[in-house]
Design a protein around this ligand. Structure first.
Ligand code: UT7
Length: 337
């Protein structure tokens, strides 16, 4: 048997910089309720959302991701040429192939980079950070760009009372690279494949093609969500996932300076905060109020906005928890870049 040469990277990896992009168009609850049978009061009370951002019709997932990625590169001081891998977490890039990641790499000028997309919906960015951490420490790539991006308005019916007010558009990105100190804790991930129907694009593309053959006006595939089932799962299961991520990193809620859960619904965030018993000083991400639920983009988008606003600072300890369609989840403790 031939002995193969393998690589070994640095002992530790860290987030070097983050960036984000929010589309210009602000859609208030009041405006949305001209399309949807609902009210500003109901939406605020049930979700904490006041307004969200919608991308322009000609603004693509790749357009938004590229801006967020450029901002993350600038913040990290790393050039596009240094990036060894682009991982793009998205479920709304409207091409089965090629990936959004290869186009992002091309636009950035990251010509030495491998590139691939990740499909883990709202948990996608935290999956990406877990993979990037392992890839850097294995010596496979020195610098990994992790992007979370969604244009959910392409796949959500704005009049649908179970999804139209929650989902929105945006992008966030982080550069992961070598570190002298431990700055990304072990990633805890998993899911519940028995609940695939809880959040699903319906119908699938092949069924859609058959339906269009029978009726040219057959409706476009849309995201369907069993809101109550997802809510119960998120509130019941995800605090335990968060505890596992803290234990794996050797920290307790008292050590957490910043809590950035996926920005699904303010009531889910509040329930997690109550369950996890963080100290008063812990800063809680509440970006959903003005950004809406941007699925795979929500965690880096919230982190980047909190850094920009001066609400959190470099060196603080943050707990990231992504959860959503699959059902799937991923969580880790990281140091704010
Ligand atoms: O990001 C991926 C993961 N996703 C999530 O984490 C989302 C999890 N789920 C949720 O956040 C919540 O389930 C929603 C915010 C989507 C919905 O809130 P809810 O408290 O679960 O509402 P519900 O579906 O239980 O409906 C409560 C009531 C019903 O009326 P009755 O039966 O009590 O008279 C609904 O018919 O509210 C009514 N309703 C609405 N009313 C006004 C449902 N949707 C609406 C609406 N506007 N849009």
């Amino acid at each position: 048997m031939t002995t193969l040469t393998t690589r070994r990277g640095p002992q530790f990896a860290r987030l070097l910089g983050v960036g984000h992009y929010r589309p210009e168009r602000v859609v208030t609850n009041v405006e949305l309720c001209t399309i949807m049978d609902s009210s500003d009061e109901w939406i605020r009370e049930r979700s904490g959302i006041i307004e969200r951002r919608w991308a322009a019709p000609d603004e693509s997932v790749v357009d938004m991701a590229t801006i967020a990625a450029q901002n993350a590169l600038t913040a990290s001081g790393i050039s596009a040429e240094q990036i060894g891998l682009v991982l793009c977490a998205t479920v709304t890039h409207p091409f089965q192939t090629p990936s959004a990641a290869v186009e992002i790499a091309e636009r950035l000028g990251a010509r030495a980079a491998g590139a691939t997309d990740l499909s883990a919906a709202c948990a996608g960015f935290a999956f990406g950070i877990g993979l990037a951490d392992a890839i850097v420490r294995a010596g496979t790539s020195e610098y990994v760009l992790v992007v979370g991006v969604e244009k959910l308005t392409d796949f959500v019916d704005p009049a649908d009372r179970s999804t139209g007010f929650i989902f929105a558009d945006g992008a966030g990105a982080a550069v992961v690279g070598p570190s002298d100190v431990a700055a990304i804790g072990p990633t805890v991930w998993g899911g519940d494949g028995s609940q695939t129907e809880a959040i699903i694009l319906d119908p699938d593309w092949v069924t859609h093609r058959q339906r269009v053959a029978e009726d040219p006006n057959a409706p476009w595939p849309r995201l369907q969500m069993l809101g109550q089932a997802v809510f119960r799962w998120a509130v019941g299961e995800i605090p335990g996932v968060a505890r596992q991520a803290m234990e794996a990193a050797g920290v307790t809620p008292d050590d957490i300076d910043v809590f950035i859960p996926h920005q699904a619904n303010m009531r889910i965030t509040d329930a997690m905060v109550r369950a996890l018993k963080f100290p008063e000083r812990t800063v809680i991400a509440r970006d959903v109020a003005t950004t809406g639920n941007t699925s795979g983009a929500s965690i880096p988008l919230a982190m980047s906005r909190m850094i920009e606003a001066g609400e959190i600072t470099s060196g603080q300890t943050a707990l990231l928890v992504g959860f959503g369609a699959g059902l799937s989840y991923a969580a880790q403790v990281v140091t704010i870049p």
